[in-house]
Design a protein around this ligand. Structure first.
Ligand code: ATP
Length: 451
């Protein structure tokens, strides 16, 4: 009897869209529709967010990986379908540089390491192409091929439940005749869905402004996306959201969104566009500048190196906490490093801070009169104090030191939902138990025209 031989294929791709249209997740959904009769899906498509500080991203620096089991006779056909789908559906635009990588079998540790670096550093196109040559069964690119970086990073970030936290997102897509038109989403139904399913869904609403956050703007084919802890809850959430336009398709992705995964691999190093995590001591009192941005000078304790730390205007209430820091306070600071021409220096743009030490500060006040208990006044330089009410004088009395009541308390602070980066773990997830495994449910994707 002939043995049926199945091959595990990993397909990663990125940089297929622009602000003028398309979305890498939409292309993934189209590809799933084209492949599903010939493959078995070993994982949900993974939506991997990489280093959020790279300047050439379109939106949230997301890349896609598919993990498939394929009969050996179909392998070449699956690969050519994947490459042709990217060729056909990518946005033809000088700033769009698609890349697709295909690996067979077990992912090499070098690709795992590449993926960890892609979360926190800037990787060159030439390095990615070198890795693609060495470790991929096939790779293909258009333009300068920058998408190879994200493609490799998505394949290498396997979100193994034993090692990594992960979440899910259901993305729904518009039919082509609706793309570009106003989105018909009932905001109240989104708020109700969020209340009903919290804490198993997150980042649907901005708690501060009550704004609905699930729908993108513009020419994006996504109608809305809902993030959550398991696929079943997302199918339920989709039923609760009321819309007034037909859906082309939907798909559930497994993702590192909302997990702080980039902070797990970051270091206290000042390098342009990198992710930073380090212990910082406040050196100067924070100041607010034009535009509402708050800056303070801090010392990176592990490196004995100064850094300008910033909470920018969009981080809203988070700035109030940063404004109330005082010299001597200590925090673990998390964020992105950017060279700022305004200050001609690198700045750390805060995404989160764990304030773990508040220094003591005092104000000095004139003493109270020991006889009549009224506040005394100075009797001149080095002459002590006198009481205006009872005329008592004492040359030995000194100013009393009163501890300043600090406005902030120790704890973790992050910007409000609307200013949070995709990777940042929202408070709602802090008490949710980490998942130990995942199972692929029925109806995890659907294309309406298949019915
Ligand atoms: P969308 O979220 O709409 O899919 P995007 O924000 O992901 O878009 P892309 O158009 O995919 O943006 O552009 C991001 C580009 O940056 C891709 O080419 C990707 O390969 C590359 N990239 C991702 N991570 C890194 C990194 N760490 N260093 C250098 N380049 C990176």
């Amino acid at each position: 009897m002939q043995q049926i031989s199945k091959i595990t294929l990993h397909i990663g791709f990125d940089d297929t869209d622009s602000l003028e249209g398309s979305c890498t997740t939409f292309i993934a959904t189209e590809l799933i529709n084209r492949l599903h009769k010939r493959v078995e899906f070993l994982d949900y498509p993974r939506l991997i967010r990489n280093n959020p500080n790279i300047p050439w991203k379109t939106r949230g620096n997301g890349a896609i990986a598919l993990t498939l089991s394929v009969h050996e006779d179909f392998v070449e056909n699956v690969i050519s379908t994947s490459i042709n789908t990217i060729e056909e559906l990518h946005q033809n635009n000088p700033d769009t540089n698609p890349g697709i990588v295909i690996l067979k079998g077990k992912i090499p540790k070098e690709i795992h390491n590449f993926a960890s670096r892609a979360l926190t550093e800037v990787i060159s196109i030439s390095k990615a192409k070198e890795y693609a040559e060495r470790y991929c069964y096939k790779h293909h690119f258009i333009g300068n091929g920058r998408g190879i970086i994200g493609g490799l990073a998505a394949v290498g970030n396997e979100l193994n439940p034993e090692e990594e936290d992960f979440t899910y997102e259901i993305l729904t897509y518009r039919t082509s005749d609706y793309i570009g038109k106003k989105r018909s989403l009932n905001d109240e139904s989104v708020r109700r869905m969020d209340e009903q399913l919290s804490p198993l869904v997150f980042n649907n609403i901005d708690e501060e402004s009550r704004k609905v956050l699930i729908n993108p703007a513009g020419l994006d084919p996504v109608l809305y996306g809902i993030r959550g802890e398991n696929p079943e809850i997302l199918l339920q959430a989709k039923e609760l959201v009321q819309i007034e336009e037909p859906l082309d398709s939907y798909c559930i992705f497994r993702s590192n969104q909302g997990t702080d995964q980039h902070f797990k691999y970051s270091k206290p190093i000042i390098r342009n566009f990198s992710v930073f995590k380090g212990e910082v001591k406040v050196i100067e009192k924070p100041e607010t500048f034009v535009g509402g941005h708050v800056f303070f000078k801090g010392l990176i304790l592990e490196k004995n190196q100064m850094i300008d730390v910033a909470a920018f205007e969009p981080s809203k209430k988070f700035r109030n906490v940063i404004r109330d820091l005082l010299p001597g306070d200590k925090l673990v600071a998390y964020g992105g490093i950017r060279y700022k021409t305004e200050i001609q220096n690198f700045a750390l743009q805060l995404e989160k801070s764990d304030i773990h030490f508040l220094s003591e500060h005092f104000k000095e006040e004139s003493p109270f009169c020991p006889k009549c208990e009224k506040r005394m006044t100075s009797d001149g330089f080095n002459k002590g104090y006198k009481c205006k009410k009872c005329s008592y004088k004492d040359r030995t009395l000194q100013k009393t030191k009163i501890p300043i009541q600090r406005k902030i308390t120790l704890g973790t602070y992050i910007p409000p939902e609307q200013a949070q980066r995709h990777l940042v773990k929202p408070f709602r997830r802090y008490n949710v138990q980490r998942k130990k495994s995942f199972e692929i449910i029925e109806n995890w994707w659907k294309k309406s025209s298949n019915n």
